[in-house]
Design a protein around this ligand. Structure first.
Ligand SMILES: Nc1ncnc2c1ncn2[C@@H]1O[C@H](COP(=O)(O)OP(=O)(O)OP(=O)(O)O)[C@@H](O)[C@H]1O
Ligand SMILES: [Mg+2]
Length: 356
């Protein structure tokens, strides 16, 4: 089992996972912004991409190849479709894992129309031989198709029409430099600010015909881990609650009550995240403690703790990975409403804090 499979499996169960589950896939098409103007946030990326596309359009040329990197659910697939729409070009969608042989790629490339956008998702998972064919295709719009095997094999050069490759990756660091260098424009997508997520939520609520108050949207945004996909998913779950338990209107109280049912806390931590933090604080005094020990304490696989729970805890500054083991930060104690052992010893200090 590889890393991605592990992540996918847990994705099915977690409301705050950033990967797409089946329901997401079904509704996302309806919620995707269709052009750059509708795309919320990512100001820098949007501005730069707008220039790249406008300039290409003005020249009547095909846009340069674009690499989109960023965590799951931040809008890479959405942007690729926007690029095609803005260029008024058809789009062909494939992914790294789908291209195992160079021949698979040759078949796709040779059937592209002039100006077409080829979206290659998870580009870091393409096979080596396919990657090398892609270098030449991107640079010279040409591929060598190998016919035959062994010493008798011959390379038949094939001209390709100009096309725009849009590559997406969650792990830009895994891309070989020669591939990275062949993109004319690289967009790194950041996590979204709460205010941007509020706008995403209002927009989606509108499309889903859900009534939501500003406070309700703010409450959901704060728990969405900087990720539009999670914001949209939490919105749907809160909508369900509002329909069943109230009159359908999403207020702050409704959002809070609904997300309490789903065990997503004020900061977007779910049961697993909190379990890891709680074990670290209550059983190990905040650490340092080894990953394996911590995993046993929460009754999870090592990989689940390390790959599913920890990245967000680290990002939020609640947990640190040190050479001696996992350590909780002061913010972790505060978030769970617990007192770190050190400060308990200086009990008088607390009185001073309250000015008594
Ligand atoms: N800037 C945005 N404005 C509004 N909605 C957005 C934005 N970015 C993403 N979304 C919404 O979030 C959902 C997920 O986005 P998308 O599928 O593009 O993410 P992704 O980066 O391709 O994720 P993955 O790495 O899993 O493929 C989409 O349904 C889209 O509606
Ligand atoms: Mg995607």
């Amino acid at each position: 089992m590889n890393w991605d499979d592990t992540a996918d499996e847990s994705a099915a169960e977690r409301l705050v996972d950033s990967g797409a589950d089946r329901e997401d896939q079904a509704v996302e098409a309806a919620l995707r912004p269709k052009d750059l103007g509708e795309f919320i946030g990512q100001e820098k990326v949007r501005e730069q991409l707008d220039l790249v596309l406008r300039a290409a359009r003005a020249r009547g040329a095909t846009a340069d190849h674009v690499l989109l990197s960023g965590a799951p659910g931040l809008g890479k697939t959405t942007l690729s479709m926007i690029i095609a729409a803005e260029m008024n070009a058809p789009i062909r969608i494939t992914s790294g894992p789908a291209i195992q042989h160079a021949g698979d790629l040759a078949a796709i490339l040779s059937s592209l129309q002039e100006g077409e956008v080829l979206f290659l998702d998870e580009i870091h998972r393409m096979s080596r031989p396919a990657e090398e064919m892609l270098y030449m295709a991107m640079e010279d719009f040409r591929v060598d198709v190998i016919v035959g095997k062994g010493p008798g094999a011959t390379a038949i050069p094939l001209e390709l029409p100009p096309f725009t490759l849009v590559g997406a990756t969650t792990r830009a660091g895994l891309l070989p430099p020669p591939l990275r260098d062949r993109f004319g424009f690289t967009a790194h997508m950041e996590f979204y600010e709460p205010l941007e997520l509020e706008r995403v939520i209002h927009r989606s609520a509108n499309l889903l015909d859900v009534e939501i108050e500003a406070d309700g949207a703010a409450e959901i945004a704060g728990r969405s881990r900087g990720t539009p996909r999670i914001a949209n998913r939490l919105l749907r779950r809160v909508r369900d609650y509002a329909q069943v338990k109230a009159d359908g209107l999403i207020t702050r109280d409704i959002a809070e009550a609904a997300l309490a049912v789903y065990e997503v806390d004020a900061r977007g931590l779910d049961r697993l995240d909190r379990g890891v933090l709680e074990a670290l604080l209550k059983l190990f005094g905040g650490g340092p403690v080894g990953l394996s020990t911590l995993a046993v304490a929460v009754g999870e696989e090592r990989e689940t703790v390390e790959e599913v729970a920890e990245p967000f805890l680290v990002r939020e500054g609640l947990l640190a990975r040190t050479p001696r083991g996992r350590v909780a930060t002061p913010a972790a104690w505060a978030h769970l409403g617990l007192t770190p052992p050190g400060s308990a010893a200086t009990g008088n200090g607390q009185q001073d804090l309250f000015g008594t």
